[in-house]
Design a protein around this ligand. Structure first.
Ligand code: ATP
Length: 338
């Protein structure tokens, strides 16, 4: 039987690191936090890192690899980890990595992601290949627009051509059906050890300035010539109508089953479906994150759903550590690495 004392859990200090490291410590696993200079303060103050490694930047992250390997560190990827290193560098890491790396390509490519989600039988907002096909309200999304800055809404081809004039040189966009409804982010965990998809939690985002526009009258909005942006500033916890849970669970199960047809090992560990729920209670999925999302951060002490299941505080970060611990103790570590 493997011993958890021989391993460490490591991640970059940002995004959901507090939750990941706290979860690892709660499971009795050593923690390593790799920080950009300045960020170490937080991880020191909250006392979640047994070891802190401070770097000027992440350009030389790979230089650390031999040290991490010698410590039997298992890297937990999160959104900032992937965005700092880029999917290519993550693919080439030699250090142990929780989760299947190949699925990250499917997640980060908008076309591949659609193929995956469609194959899983999920409802997606329609994509219009040319502006002339626009026959309903659409959202124009520019690739790499951090925080959705500059996205705009149109209802007709004419309106599209008029508004796109303000975006000279920006040809990399997608025209997507705009769904009127509430954004709802669904958090899951799939255990390859038990072959079960678990509902973990739900959140909604607090986005600036999308969430502040309704605070002023329509006339004032027009007067100050507002442009909507969706920069995420934080996340708010949610519980959903209980009658929606069976469908939500099925959606997660379908995504996992399909992922196994796409890449060896499929998707496992935490993941999130980003959806809009319309007034007829139809879920439209506009994105998937194949890793822990920051929307799980309000739940470091557990969620209503994990409380029912585990009867102890169980965050997504802790659930990851629990999976690793179970894998080590049953000599199945290979099954949670990718
Ligand atoms: P990324 O992670 O690629 O930066 P994101 O997760 O911020 O993207 P986007 O797809 O950029 O999400 O969408 C930004 C915002 O626009 C989200 O808050 C979402 O609520 C809203 N949105 C996205 N797609 C639609 C849609 N088809 N209909 C209605 N609202 C949408």
């Amino acid at each position: 039987m493997g011993n958890i004392k021989d391993y460490a859990i490591a991640t970059i200090g940002s995004h959901s690191a507090l939750q990941i490291l706290k979860g690892a410590k709660d499971e009795g696993i050593k923690t390593i936090c790799i920080c950009k200079k300045g960020a170490e303060k937080i991880y020191k103050q909250f006392n979640v890192a047994d070891e802190l490694i401070v770097l000027d930047n992440f350009d030389n992250f790979e230089k650390l690899e031999d040290e991490l390997i010698s410590k039997n560190a298992i890297i937990i990827p999160h959104g900032s980890f992937i965005s700092y290193l880029g999917t290519n560098r993550v693919q080439n890491l030699r250090v142990m990595h929780f989760g299947t790396k190949e699925i990250l390509e499917w997640e980060s490519n908008r076309n591949m992601e659609r193929v995956w989600l469609k194959k899983a039988g999920l409802r997606l907002p329609k994509i219009f290949n040319t502006p002339d096909e626009i026959d309903t309200k659409v959202i124009i999304k520019f690739h790499g627009a951090s925080g959705g800055f500059g996205y705009f809404i149109a209802h007709t081809a004419e309106e599209f051509y008029e508004r796109i004039k303000g975006y000279k040189g920006k040809e990399d966009y997608v025209i997507q059906e705009y769904i009127i409804g509430v954004p709802l982010y669904l958090h899951y965990f799939y255990s390859p050890l038990t072959d079960e998809v678990e509902i973990m939690s739900f959140d909604k985002r607090y986005e600036s300035n999308a969430d502040s526009i309704g605070r002023i009258a329509a006339k004032d909005q027009l007067d100050v010539d507002l442009k909507t942006s969706y920069t995420v500033t934080g996340n708010m916890p949610l519980v959903v109508r209980e009658s929606l849970l069976p469908e939500i669970l099925e959606m997660g199960e379908n995504v996992v089953r399909t992922s196994k047809e796409l890449v060896k090992g499929g998707l496992f560990g935490p993941f999130c479906l980003e959806t809009i729920l319309d007034p007829n209670l139809n879920f439209y999925v506009f994105e998937i994150s194949a890793r822990i999302v920051a929307g799980t951060n309000p739940f470091i002490n557990g969620t209503p759903y994990t409380w029912v299941r585990y009867n102890e505080p169980m965050s997504t970060g802790r659930r990851i550590a629990r999976e690793i611990k179970n894998a080590i103790m049953s000599d199945r570590v290979e099954e949670v690495l990718g």
